[in-house]
Design a protein around this ligand. Structure first.
Ligand SMILES: NC(=O)c1ccc[n+]([C@@H]2O[C@H](COP(=O)([O-])OP(=O)(O)OC[C@H]3O[C@@H](n4cnc5c(N)ncnc54)[C@H](OP(=O)(O)O)[C@@H]3O)[C@@H](O)[C@H]2O)c1
Length: 269
């Protein structure tokens, strides 16, 4: 697919590029500052569009002029609680959604396949129908984003939310300048961040046939889950284990649309 990616200079977005390329997707980067991408990486991109993530018309124009059929949003960062400054993520999310919906309407044809970075607090809690968010309202903007995206049908925008766990840096000390682009999966500077990129890139190969369209998506690592037998169900379990270390489709991990995630069953052998 030809994929418009927002947030390519960030921790997640920078790692998505090599994965998307490895899966033979064409990548159109949508960035605020072109100089933040290395020339080596720029050379592999289909094109680079300069713009801000809150500019819905600009994003729509990027989609249409580059004939993109998919979008991944990794731009903007969710604040930890509502006590923190709201940040740009809700506005970026809304702008990307509107851009994708409007682009489809203007172009006609099928919906765009869109992945949005989201957070683990949108995972289902063991007690249905509640989400973890309902008990501990961390990263509240993700819920707001979910409420917004659910106002659209998947015929308008074929969305999926990647409900990521925290992705702690591999290095104990901050790295300056912040590393942005990596050259191979093995050099990932984050223990956890690298895994989702292959997952999303692989799913995009399915296009609109993906079973994950219209879902919040979490990924668990089977091996890890089986180590948890007998442990009480806890949010720590959910946050650290539902999204395990390796989410690629090449191994034994299970991909779970969140509607069917049950922590209780996951921790059984
Ligand atoms: N990292 C984690 O542990 C983690 C865990 C769970 C979920 N997530 C989610 O994953 C997403 C990405 O996280 P991250 O860690 O990769 O964030 P990050 O490293 O802080 O990167 C943020 C990216 O957003 C871009 N951006 C910010 N404001 C923008 C705007 N107004 N217009 C265009 N681009 C803008 C930044 O571009 P500039 O370089 O121009 O500033 C940068 O590329 C977020 O939604 C986050 O909540 C992250």
């Amino acid at each position: 697919m030809r994929v418009l990616v927002l947030g390519v200079t960030g921790r997640v977005g920078s790692r998505l590029i090599p994965a998307l390329l490895a899966h033979k997707h064409e990548v159109v980067a949508y960035v605020r500052t072109v100089s933040k991408i290395s020339p080596k990486v720029t050379a592999k991109l289909n094109s680079v569009v300069v713009g801000v993530g809150t500019d819905s018309a600009g994003i729509k124009a990027a989609i249409l002029s580059n004939n993109c059929d998919a979008v991944v949003n990794a731009a903007g960062l969710a604040p930890f609680t509502s006590l923190y400054k709201k940040g740009p993520l809700p506005d970026i999310f809304a702008a990307v959604v509107k851009a994708a919906v409007d682009a489809r309407e203007e172009r006609g044809g099928p919906a765009l396949r869109c992945w949005f970075m989201s957070g683990w607090s949108l995972l289902d809690s063991p007690k249905q129908p509640h989400m973890i968010m309902d008990y501990i309202p961390l990263y509240p903007v993700h819920k707001r984003n979910l409420d917004l995206i659910k106002t659209h049908s998947t015929d308008e925008i074929a969305w999926s939310l990647f409900c990521a766990s925290n992705m702690p840096p591999k290095y104990d000390t901050p790295q300056y300048p912040r590393p942005t682009i990596i050259s191979s999966p093995s050099s990932s500077i984050f223990r956890n961040v690298g895994e989702l990129r292959g997952f999303i890139a692989a799913d995009l190969e399915k296009g609109l046939q993906s079973e994950l369209a219209g879902k919040r998506v979490g990924v668990k690592e089977k091996a890890k889950a089986s180590q948890l037998v007998g442990m009480p169900i806890s949010l720590v379990t959910v946050s650290n284990r539902v999204l395990g270390k390796d989410c690629s489709r090449d191994n034994e991990d299970e991909v779970i649309p969140l509607g069917i995630v049950r922590t209780r069953t996951m921790i059984k052998p």
